[in-house]
Design a binder for this molecule. Structure first.
Ligand code: PBG
Length: 327
């Protein structure tokens, strides 16, 4: 069937908001959102994060209030990052049962049992060198790191986490974590793997917020090279075979084709991380009056959904929930 003007006039279905609403192909819903939160050691903390306008450092007591606010806005899940009191070469404090993340998980699950609590599993916030794995002779070593990551994931499960999310990009970590969880009876704890995580400039504001910038070198020996998409499919397949329940592409906006390809090739839930640099670009432009923040955020997030993401991790989550409510 050919569609020719003047028989076919696409503008007919754009005449009113009700018509547009009816034929809309992609819907953004609060159900897809995950809200990242930064938890520091201490108490009664609500400290604005300079590199992430509108975001705060919370302590394990105060983060409960923010998590509750998210839950009441209908956001199904939060993702926790930790800022520990001490750092060392091995990232020992990452598995501390009294660490900020572990305490925050327990507090949030007690106050809001229905809110899904996801924890970031990585060493970069806990190591003094700022790398996501252990370092030997100036190199980031893979296999020795797996054991530490598995212990970190276990400590999160023991605190009550529903999902652990390894973001380190070591090979084999999903399998190592799955095995450790199952051995200890945590077979119901799910794994959301940062499966295709690229070495990106857009993590800059996060590293300042989390104090996790590498002290030497960069992350290019473990995070993916931005030009590659077929490699992303191999990474995703590996993680699924090792037991990942949800697979993530990160960042989102410069990688919409990757999200699309992953969605086409696999049936697992796909998450996309709308990272700190992407958030800050919009916030900065909006603060200068150059963009309508609400329209820009909803357009970008709808684009991530249209590319095929089921789940979107975003610092805009509470604002979006509010805007969607207002309709
Ligand atoms: C830790 C981690 C990072 C992010 C999430 N987990 C930073 C990095 O890999 O350097 C970035 C999140 C963001 O930029 O919003 N490995």
């Amino acid at each position: 069937m050919s569609m020719n003007y003047p028989q076919y006039r696409p503008r007919r279905l754009r005449r009113s908001e009700s018509l547009r609403r009816m034929v809309r192909e992609t819907r953004l819903s609060v159900d897809s959102l995950v809200y990242p939160l930064f938890v520091a050691a201490g108490s009664r903390l609500r400290r604005p994060i300079p590199s992430l306008p509108g975001q705060y450092h919370w302590s394990p007591d105060t983060v409960v209030e923010e998590a509750r606010r998210a839950y009441e806005l209908g956001i199904p899940a939060v993702l926790l990052f930790g800022l520990p009191e001490r750092k060392d070469p091995m990232g020992e404090s990452a598995a501390d049962p009294n660490g900020p993340v572990q305490r925050a998980v327990a507090n949030i699950k007690e106050a809001c049992p229905d809110l899904v609590v996801i924890t970031d599993v990585c060493l970069c916030e806990y190591t003094d060198h700022g790398h996501c794995g252990l370092v030997e002779d100036g190199k980031i070593v893979n296999d020795a790191t797996l054991d530490v990551l598995a212990r970190v994931a276990l400590s999160h499960a023991e605190a009550g986490a529903d999902i652990v999310a390894p973001s380190d990009m070591m090979d084999g970590r999903v399998g190592a974590i799955r095995e450790a969880l199952d051995e200890e009876g945590w077979e119901d704890v799910a794994i959301m793997s940062y499966a295709a995580k690229y070495a990106s400039a857009f993590y800059g504001p996060f590293r300042e917020a989390a104090g996790s910038a590498p002290q030497f070198g960069d992350r290019r020996s473990y995070q993916m090279d931005p030009p590659n998409v077929r490699e992303a499919l191999r990474e995703i397949e590996l993680d699924i075979n090792e037991g990942a329940d949800i697979v993530m592409v990160k960042p989102a906006l410069a990688y919409l084709d990757v999200i699309y390809r992953v969605r086409q090739a696999f049936d697992h839930p796909v998450a996309a991380y709308n990272v700190s640099g992407e958030y800050v670009m919009v916030k900065t432009a909006a603060a200068q009056g150059l963009l309508d923040e609400r329209r820009a955020v909803l357009e970008l997030l709808t684009g991530i959904r249209r590319a095929g993401a089921d789940i979107i991790i975003t610092y805009h989550a509470p604002d979006i929930a509010q805007w969607l409510r207002e309709g």
